[in-house]
Design a protein around this ligand. Structure first.
Ligand SMILES: [Zn+2]
Length: 271
């Protein structure tokens, strides 16, 4: 069930108040994200954000979304089978495998931490340093390989910065829900969300530790977002997608708030 966290009344990306303004899922509906901001995005900005979200939902996350039966706006278009490349008799060929028989894995990128925290020299984009892959349903790759008499199963993953942009958008949306859009002095992640700048790795990255725990999540969602404000008034969020699995946590340094309601600030600073 969608849970409305705030009604914004202007586009959270370009600030226009001219409608129609539509709701914004903080975590995409396609990942069964429950939290919604009402009247929060204009059509022009929604076109930009839905483009990179779709790329992630239909690319990197299509297998886990189907295997775990996460939400979709088009249930009838849910794929029945997925392509997989196998090497058999020295020849590589593509086979289509039903999801029940597919060695389904959840794949999450491991990247450098946000450059603004790590102080690693930064140029552009985001540096991927590894991959976290968790088996979630169907046979293991080894079982699959044996069953199909294949020498090798080729698992391809294409990386783009869209995954990191999606994390930035999730963090920004939750920050607005909890802090209020008018309390921001500067939003660091906006240019990369809107595609005006290729600097997402400066603000988004993988945490070097795990503090949200493994195998646990709140009853509301199996994704976890936690927000803190540091002494420089910088808003930092920690995101754990698919939090019931042993997966990395991401950090997004969203922006800086101006002086705001002391009680909200105190609450967030003490976490
Ligand atoms: Zn807009």
């Amino acid at each position: 069930m969608a849970k409305i966290l705030a009604n914004i009344g202007k586009c959270i990306y370009c600030s226009t108040m001219e409608g129609p303004l539509t709701k914004e899922h903080i975590i995409p509906n396609g990942l069964s994200g429950p939290w919604v901001l009402e009247k929060a995005t204009c059509k022009r900005c929604a076109d930009i954000t839905s483009k990179f979200e779709k790329d992630v939902l239909r690319g990197l996350f299509i297998i886990p979304r189907t295997a775990l039966r996460l939400k979709t706006y088009n249930p009838k278009e849910r794929p029945e089978g997925f392509p997989l490349k196998i090497i058999k008799g020295g020849i590589q060929k593509k086979v289509i495998i039903p999801i029940q028989e597919y060695p389904a894995k959840l794949s999450l990128f491991i990247t450098d931490p946000p450059a603004c925290i790590s102080n690693i020299p930064y140029e552009k984009g985001i540096i991927v340093t590894g991959m976290c892959r968790v088996h979630i349903s169907g046979p293991s790759v080894e079982e699959f390989r044996k069953k199909h008499g294949a020498k090798k199963v080729v698992e391809e993953i294409v990386y783009s910065t869209n995954f990191a942009r999606m994390l930035a958008k999730i963090a920004y949306g939750m920050s607005i829900a909890q802090i209020g859009i008018d309390n921001f002095e500067e939003v660091y992640v906006l240019p990369s969300i809107l595609g005006h700048k290729d600097d997402v790795g400066r603000w988004v990255g993988t945490a070097e530790d795990i503090i949200l725990g493994n195998g646990k999540s709140t009853g509301e969602s199996f994704h976890i977002i936690r927000l803190t404000i540091d002494k420089n008034y910088e808003v930092q969020t920690r995101i754990k997608l698919f939090a019931t699995y042993n997966v990395p946590e991401y950090i997004v340094v969203v922006g800086r708030v101006k002086s705001m309601d002391f009680n909200i600030l105190k609450n967030l600073m003490n976490r």
